[in-house]
Design a protein around this ligand. Structure first.
Ligand code: 5GP
Ligand code: ZN
Length: 115
């Protein structure tokens, strides 16, 4: 989608520190990390948010959570110590980039509740 920063990163038009990519997904380091490990897992397909997933995205959603998250958590060294997944959704959810993404945060003790 035009003027979407994550579509541009997925297309290689804007540089990013890519840690994983395949035909369906790209993952890269957050520009403003909130933890020692902070990567964004992003489908190449422009989907606005998790609230906009449809049945045709079932395989993609499973791929993200069943394949990519565990693989990246292991490779980034946070699988054993634990990590947090965040999907800010919409205005009240604090979403600032309107292209679905999963934050994977780790490498420090997280607090609860989130701000
Ligand atoms: P949200 O607030 O939508 O949940 O998260 C968007 C995230 O994207 C933020 O953590 C922000 O730091 C990150 N971000 C915004 N623009 C860029 C960019 O151009 N490159 C990278 N790597 N991260 C970005
Ligand atoms: Zn997009």
């Amino acid at each position: 989608m035009a003027d979407c920063i994550f579509c541009k990163i997925a297309a290689g038009e804007i540089p990013a520190q890519v840690v994983y990519q395949d035909d369906a997904v790209i993952a890269f380091r957050d520009l403003s990390p909130k933890a020692p490990v902070h990567v964004l897992i992003v489908p190449r397909k422009h989907i606005q948010s998790v609230a906009h997933f449809t049945a045709e995205d079932s395989e993609l959603a499973a791929h993200i959570f069943v394949d990519v998250v565990p693989k990246l958590a292991a490779e980034l060294g946070v699988a054993d110590g634990g990590f947090r997944l965040v999907m800010n959704t919409g205005k009240n959810g604090g979403q600032s980039v309107n292209h679905l993404h999963v934050h994977l945060l780790g490498g420090r003790k997280m607090t609860w509740p989130p701000g």
